[in-house]
Design a protein around this ligand. Structure first.
Ligand code: UDX
Length: 444
């Protein structure tokens, strides 16, 4: 099939490349000239494992192109996917749909043949209805058929999630659109027809938001259980493992941490709450998840502060991990980006290291920060090392803690991802502070 994908962010680029890998002819469009110029020379705008290889392969095999010129491409397409950004709007968490609507206007004026327009961006419930109205009133002869095809990929695992989806949700009110989109996704769902879930556009839109909100609730839930564990002396990792054994619950989402971040959970929970309140149907559980996640930031800070008797003046901290999770260079709503300015405000100095996020972080943060090339440089003369992101580079098998012990000023490790076994750290002479587990003092 001939496919046009509008928007080369995470969702658009991964989907476009993925559809070309399945054998379709794909053109990815973006109005940002620099992004398109770079993509045309094989440089991709995001860090995403194995994506670059797939871009090169499919460009070379002639199935994947990049262009700035939307209008000259759309009338060759069987399906057009809209995958432009829907960032958090100014007020009340309402999503900013200006890019989505401006693309819809442009399509409605320029599409001249029967085409399917499918929404991949995460848009609030009811958005496709508005877009259908734009198409019906403005396009020449009502030839555009719409669908909502939300994307569930995770950053860092995006290619894998695209190629092996947990489900393909397609909302459309046109039976013929379902047959075409089923055909397009058939190589992904292989023999399991149940993975293709057919519904109407409003329901598809809500499935996306409700899924993200549910996962955010799960994370905030374990973070509160983690706090309780600290009070009663239980071990949150074992609580999560024990709960996760129940298949109805599952282990994913039960890893306590510094709070969820990224491009989806923070934005989508707020947008869903906004939709709910507009419809006078409050989602109190989601509201609680957001408020628990907000308070996580203060909790992380106070845990560090308490360790230093609430005096952080002239303390040096090695911050390991800047991105909102491992496997990505994305800093959006990352707990580190909240913590570092606060530590600086209270008089501390920072040595920061991240395997992927340094370049972006350098542009966003200022103050007494030394940007380091590795974990050892970030450990020099610090009062504590603080782990914020669970990079595999930080696995105990990949770190020489004995070397770190010779570099630091004070042997304190604060681990907001529970990456280590307490004894492994305390036996090397460090104090070890983690989440939802007892503070373990050095056994030196
Ligand atoms: C998420 C959804 O998983 C994906 O389906 C959707 O399409 C986009 O949003 P992503 O934002 O890439 O994907 O990251 P994810 O791996 O889900 O993690 C989100 C946040 O939750 C991260 O900050 C992560 O550290 C945190 N998290 C996740 C936890 O704190 N504990 C967990 O157990 C899992």
């Amino acid at each position: 099939m001939n496919i046009v994908v509008i928007g080369t962010g995470y969702v658009g680029l991964v989907s476009g490349v993925g559809f070309s890998e399945l054998g379709n002819n794909v053109v990815c469009i973006d109005k940002d000239e620099k992004i398109i110029d770079n993509l045309n020379t094989g440089i991709i705008p995001i860090f995403e494992p194995s994506l670059e290889d797939l871009v090169h392969k499919n460009m070379k095999e002639g199935r994947l192109r990049f262009s700035k010129d939307l209008i000259s491409e759309i009338n060759n397409a069987d399906i057009i996917f809209i995958a432009v950004g829907t960032p958090r709007g100014k007020e009340d968490g309402e999503a900013d749909l200006s890019s989505v609507f401006s693309v819809a206007e442009e399509l409605s004026k320029n599409i001249e043949k029967e085409t399917i327009v499918a929404m991949k961006s995460t848009v609030p419930v009811g958005t496709m209805k508005i877009i259908e109205k734009i198409f019906k009133t403005k396009s020449n002869n009502k030839i555009i058929k719409t669908a909502s095809v939300p994307e569930f990929l995770r950053e860092g695992l995006a290619v894998n999630d695209f190629m092996q989806p947990s489900r393909v949700i397609v909302g459309s009110n046109y039976p013929e659109v379902h047959s075409t989109l089923y055909e397009l996704h058939r190589p992904l769902i292989k023999s399991n027809k149940n993975l293709y879930f057919q519904t109407d556009t409003q329901t598809a839109e809500l499935i996306k938001y409700a899924s993200n909100a549910f996962l955010a609730v799960k994370i905030s839930f374990i973070n509160e259980i983690s706090n309780l564990c600290e009070k009663i002396g239980a071990n949150v990792e074992e609580v999560a493992d024990g709960m996760g054994l129940d298949k109805r619950i599952g282990r994913w989402g039960l890893s306590t941490g510094p709070g969820y971040g990224g491009s989806c959970f923070p934005k989508d929970t707020l947008a869903l709450i906004h939709t709910a309140s507009q419809n006078e149907s409050p989602l109190r559980i989601v509201e609680a998840a957001v408020s628990v996640n907000d308070s996580r930031k203060a909790f992380v800070f106070s845990k560090i502060s308490e360790e230093f008797n609430n005096d952080l003046r002239n303390k040096n901290f090695g911050i390991l991990g800047l991105t909102f999770k491992a496997g990505t260079d994305d800093l959006r709503d990352s707990p580190s980006m909240d913590l570092i300015p606060k530590l600086i405000e209270y008089g501390s100095n920072i040595r920061a290291y991240d395997p992927q996020g340094i370049d972006e972080a350098r542009k966003k943060l200022e103050g007494p920060i030394v940007w380091c090339k590795d974990i050892y440089e970030a450990s020099e003369n610090v009062d504590a090392i603080i782990f914020m992101t669970e990079w595999s580079e930080f696995d105990s098998k990949n770190i020489d803690f004995n070397r770190i012990a010779t570099l630091v000023k004070k042997k304190i490790i604060i681990d907001f991802r529970n990456m280590y076994k307490p004894y492994d750290i305390t036996s090397l002479g460090f104090d070890y502070i983690s989440l939802g587990r007892k503070v373990s003092r050095s056994i030196d």
